[in-house]
Design a binder for this molecule. Structure first.
Ligand code: NAP
Length: 266
């Protein structure tokens, strides 16, 4: 008698809403075994569907060994668009181990002609741009890593409202108000935040996605400039899908694999 076909084994590199939603969908899909890998940066990542492993692999060679050892059929890089190191490692490890790879990467935020958007290449460039804008009070939503770029004495005259999920460590700008919060954010809430803190510029990364987009609309309404750090380049040759539906199609599964929850397959 021929062997029964084995489950499709999928490893999701996670840390994003999309990764979570894909795991939700795959965990209930027939003949699929899904594991999500988290870097372990967030203290309480919440419950994830399917299996979960936490912590770095130890570089691309070790990731390739993990893929071979766990007989992974498909690697899905669903990490944040700014998590460039793990994406590069995923591309190397997939090639090394002969594992199929694609990226689930949400599109960046489209520019609106009414935006006062200042695109920059890095956090350092964002910090360097601020003095020329003649601003005093900054909403900084670039995450807790890399805040040292804004801590130099040349920005001592500015006040920073720093919004992060986990408390940031030093060095921080001299005048800093920390807001610990996690999206999704509403337009009314973002408008109120900008007004309450008398913010006159928003500094953010082009993360994309609806959960954190309201600050851009609020800034546009108030006529505030937005310094936008552009995405690092994605690894060459890795196919990309923009959403969970695309990921399911790429895996040969119908969107019907999504649980009924309306927001599971954006
Ligand atoms: P990174 O700079 O690209 O990666 C640094 C190292 O962290 C990698 O070399 C890898 O260690 C480990 N790593 C990263 N993601 C991993 C994962 N999903 N599973 C296992 N190991 C992982 O990453 P990062 O920018 O610090 O982001 C870390 C995590 O936070 C990512 O999973 C990402 O999706 C999430 N995140 C990042 C941002 C952001 O703005 N960067 C925002 C929201 C969420 P080894 O080399 O030892 O394997």
């Amino acid at each position: 008698m021929p062997d029964a076909p084995r489950d499709l084994r999928v490893l999701i590199l996670g840390g994003t809403t999309e990764a979570r939603r894909l795991a939700d969908a795959l965990a209930v899909a027939p003949r699929v075994h899904v594991t999500t890998s988290l870097a372990g940066r967030v203290t309480d990542p919440g419950t994830l569907a399917g299996d979960v492993r936490v912590g770095g692999f130890g570089g691309p060679g070790a990731l390739a060994a993990w893929l071979r050892g766990h007989r992974v059929d498909v690697l899905v890089d669903a990490t944040h668009p700014f998590a460039a190191t793990i994406s590069a490692h995923a591309a190397l490890a997939a090639a090394d181990s002969g594992t199929e790879l694609f990226a689930l990467r949400r599109p960046g935020w489209p520019a609106d002609p009414r935006d006062r958007r200042h695109p920059v290449r890095s956090l350092a460039d964002a910090a360097a741009r601020l003095p020329a804008l003649g601003v005093r009070r900054v909403l900084l939503t670039t995450g807790r890593q890399g805040l040292a770029a804004f801590a130099g004495p040349e920005l001592d005259g500015l006040h920073f409202v720093v919004r992060t999920v986990e408390p940031p460590g030093p060095p921080l700008p001299r005048s800093t108000h920390i807001l610990l919060d996690r999206g999704p954010y509403t337009l009314a809430g973002e408008r109120a935040l900008l007004l309450e803190h008398r913010v006159d510029v928003v500094v953010t990364k082009d993360s994309g996605g609806s959960a954190t987009a309201a600050k851009l609309t609020a800034a546009r309404e108030l006529g505030l400039p937005v310094v936008m750090v552009e995405r690092p380049p994605a690894p060459d040759g890795v196919p990309e899908v923009p959403d969970v539906r695309g990921a399911l199609a790429r895996l040969g599964l119908s969107p019907g694999a999504c649980p009924a929850a309306a927001d599971t397959c954006p």
